[in-house]
Design a binder for this molecule. Sequence first.
Ligand SMILES: [Zn+2]
Length: 137
Amino acid sequence: MEYNYSKLLDRAWANLPEKLKSHSRFEIPKSKIFVEGNQTIIKNFNDIANTLRRDPKHLLTFLLKELAAPGTFDGNRVVIQRVLRKHIIDKKIEDYVNEYVLCHECKRPDTKFTELEGQRIIKCTACGGWRPLRKIK
Ligand SMILES: [Zn+2]
């Protein structure tokens, strides 16, 4: 058995990302929905936006574009004019989190929208990483 310093260092580095990951484990909130006629109501919409620390309007704009359906706020809830399955909505929330909440560098959710030289960016307050904010098309 032979241990040398550089091997130990290699192992330390290899272990580091895993540790960071488990430490910053972030649970993506799940939707609570029900269908009424040809509408789908997301009951906990504002809670989801709060957990993600994002403007509910931004999240809704994203969801409606992705789902290709009109929808409106109704207090804490959102009413979408289309019958949808829960797993579809949860998948879209996951897509939103990956694009607009998680830092692509350290994978933490400690990000915010801000501006840099007139450009809208998403910036990580944990590691300082940033990238241009993708417009919702
Ligand atoms: Zn980061």
